[in-house]
Write a protein that binds this ligand. Structure first.
Ligand code: RAT
Ligand code: ZN
Length: 419
């Protein structure tokens, strides 16, 4: 920044300066479930996709008194109507996911008069998806979106293998949940794809899994290799997972210099009848992360955890290891109260050397509320922290603030993954 034109920051203009800088910083959204338009039905946008978000389904099914199977047999539109009815019309949309929908409608200039879903649908009709997505990226300041790409998902693999012009706004991440958490089922899929593997992980199988990883890393050039892990994750232990980590994932990631993203703390399928909405969380032990950071010091780990109780310990661990970058307020933690708490803990223990948020969006429009709500919290914390410095006579310039916000919203990620 040209210092000649930069504003001197003081108590009076602090809030405005931070606001201006946040609005002009191009965000890298480092974990989403979004796909570009070329991914056909996987690219979700608009009111019916929004209402069918699994966060809202879990909330609505507390009210909707029909059997789960019956709910799933309805059309997507009919499900939206039920969800709208219970979470927006009959009761107020107070939960974070429900308020999020209202934020989106507001920001996009959609009238919510009379809480009339059909009228809202009418306003979405005829919107060109290409233009709509560009408009959302524009409004939110998101420059790059990291997808979640699992080649063991048949439909996704089909789309990944289709030759098309890649959309430069999207980056790949290679997701290995099926491979590593569900080895027995993956054996079949890998064999079908031409990788000769056995259930017992023998040396030939290890070689083939490594070949699979190298093939997909070469094809996608992912920014990191990711896996979500149960709260009971224990490394090393006697499971297939440990063998796959030790013999395949960690050495290959080291060889290609890609970070491993570990998302720890899931308790999957607590209520399978809710499908994607049926997962919960548990408290994890951080010893395994410490073990990995210590014993695999040439690997880099991006880590987020799902339990609130794990956050302080995780932040302390990040003080000890340069190869550990903590990120995001994940899933059930992405509610204002907890985002505020976690972000404060991180600032107070790490300064600006962390990645405060990712969106985890599944529907494009969600970028609007997920980023708007989080940035508001980050902004307010920053205002408080800078006020303390200003009060002590610290000379704070606009470019100092710009540098800090740039680190938080993009550069820490860029540097860690070598983008
Ligand atoms: O937040 C979510 O949408 C969850 O369903 C999960 O997808 C989680 O973010 C994950 O990546 O496993
Ligand atoms: Zn996710």
């Amino acid at each position: 920044m040209n210092r000649k034109y930069e504003e001197k920051v003081n108590d009076e203009n602090l809030s405005r300066v931070i606001d201006k800088i946040i609005k002009s910083t191009k965000i890298i959204d480092m974990h989403t479930h979004l796909f570009p338009i070329q991914f056909e039905e996987l690219c979700l946008a608009g009111i019916d996709d929004l209402l069918n978000y699994h966060y809202l389904i879990a909330e609505a099914m507390r009210w909707i008194d029909i059997p789960y199977d019956e709910f799933w047999s309805l059309t997507q539109e009919n499900r939206s109507e039920l969800i709208w009815n219970y979470l927006f019309a009959e009761n107020s949309p107070l939960s974070e996911a429900a308020t999020g929908v209202i934020t989106i409608l507001n920001e996009m200039g959609i009238s919510i008069k009379n809480k009339d879903l059909n009228n809202i649908r009418k306003q979405f009709r005829g919107i060109d998806k290409h233009e709509y997505i560009s408009r959302i990226l524009d409004v939110t300041g998101v420059e790059k979106i990291v997808m979640t790409n699992d080649p063991l998902d048949e439909r996704e693999r089909e789309l990944l293998l289709k030759e098309c012009d890649p959309d430069p706004r999207f980056l790949y991440s290679l997701r290995l949940d099926k491979l590593i958490n569900n080895w027995a089922d993956s054996v079949n899929s890998l064999n079908k794809m031409g990788y000769k593997v056995n259930v017992e992980i023998d040396p030939a199988t290890i070689k083939e899994v490594c070949r699979f990883l190298i093939d997909w890393i070469s094809k996608l050039n992912p920014v990191y290799i990711a896996i979500s892990l149960p709260y009971a994750f224990d490394f090393p232990d006697e499971t297939f997972r440990t063998t796959l980590f030790k013999e395949c994932l960690l050495p290959i990631c080291q060889e290609v210099n890609k970070p491993v993203a570990l998302m720890v703390g899931t308790k999957r399928s607590v209520n399978p009848k809710l499908r994607l909405a049926g997962d919960a969380l548990g408290n994890a032990k951080l010893d395994s992360i410490e073990y990995l950071c210590t014993n695999y010091s040439d690997n880099k780990f991006l880590v987020t955890m799902l339990s609130r109780e794990n956050q302080h310990e995780l932040t302390v661990l990040a003080r000890k290891f340069r190869n550990l970058m903590i990120f995001g307020c994940w899933w059930f933690l992405n509610i204002p109260k907890i985002v505020d708490e976690i972000t404060r803990i991180r600032f107070e223990l790490l300064g600006t050397s962390f990645i405060p948020q990712h969106s985890d969006c599944r529907v494009f429009d969600q970028l609007i509320y997920k980023w708007k709500h989080s940035l508001e919290i980050i902004k307010n914390i920053l205002i408080e922290k800078y006020e303390v410095l200003i009060a002590k006579g610290w000379p704070l310039s606009e470019s100092d603030i710009k540098n800090d916000i740039n680190q938080l919203l993009r550069q820490n990620f860029i540097d860690f993954v070598n983008l």
